[in-house]
Design a protein around this ligand. Structure first.
Ligand code: ADP
Ligand code: MG
Length: 238
């Protein structure tokens, strides 16, 4: 309002507008600016590694991926319903890209989102526990409407690490949404969590009320670099 009131007042005077119309315009400018700042703050707080959205995602690269269903998830009702989402597939198939796009959509809908890697989350929780502030760290996570845990499965955890992660997943069950990406099929999660019982209990909670997408196929990265190489190769003959 401070930045715009003089300019808008001049415009209003020029158009012979009533005072109420000027006040409305000025208030609209303030409300719009506040909403934009709040959104930028939510996106910053989410900590996405790179901002990637649906508009740059090529759905034809993975034809088996149900595009309509994913775009429907972008509307965010699943988060209101405390559903989870799992993106399972081999490296380079766009799991992180889609997880980020879904997270951005949630930010736009006013949700509190945080993007972490599984290893990063375990490190943070482990440190918090050692410094006797685990409760506070868990409370902070609990405030999030959507917690995105990327790259589960690339590293396995210590017993303590696995237990901490289990605690977060179990806490959120039916109360808050989780989005997990993994290169491992569910049958292989025992390797990460050590112990069949904990793995079974965790999967039971995670996959009950869960949208699961399988994203297996050729790596998009690999395909792009092969294409680039082919384009660079000088044409011989003729
Ligand atoms: P993953 O997390 O499954 O290993 P990423 O999401 O990191 O894969 O994707 C690797 C790179 O390829 C990223 O730069 C990503 O934006 C891009 N990418 C992957 N799949 C697609 C796609 N279908 N359309 C556009 N870009 C894609
Ligand atoms: Mg990834």
């Amino acid at each position: 309002m401070l930045a715009e009131h003089e300019k808008l007042a001049r415009e209003a005077a020029g158009r012979d507008e009533p005072y109420e119309a000027y006040l409305l315009r000025l208030t609209e400018v303030e409300v719009t600016a506040r909403a934009a700042n709040a959104l930028a703050g939510r996106i910053r707080a989410a900590g996405f590694p790179v901002l990637k959205d649906f508009d740059t995602f090529d759905f034809t690269a993975t034809p088996s991926l149900p595009k309509q269903k994913l775009l429907e998830l972008a509307r965010g009702e699943w988060i209101d319903q405390h559903y989870n989402c799992c993106l399972i597939g081999t490296a380079g198939t766009g799991k992180t890209h889609l997880a980020t796009a879904l997270g951005l959509a949630a930010c736009r809908a006013g949700r509190r989102v945080r993007f972490v890697t599984a290893a990063g989350l375990v490190t943070v929780l482990d440190e918090a526990q050692q410094q006797h502030r685990l409760d506070r760290a868990l409370t902070q996570l609990d405030r999030l409407d959507l917690l995105i845990v990327d790259e589960l499965g690339y590293l396995s955890f210590s017993r303590t690490g696995a237990e901490l992660l289990f605690q977060v997943f179990a806490d959120r069950y039916e109360r808050r949404s989780l989005l997990v990406t993994s290169n491992l099929g569910f049958g292989e999660w025992g390797q990460v969590f050590q112990g069949e019982r904990m793995t079974a209990a965790l999967l039971d909670r995670l996959t009950h009320r869960c949208h699961i997408f399988e994203m297996n196929g050729e790596s998009y990265r690999f395909r792009e670099s092969m294409k680039a190489k082919k384009d660079q190769t000088p044409k011989r003959g003729k």
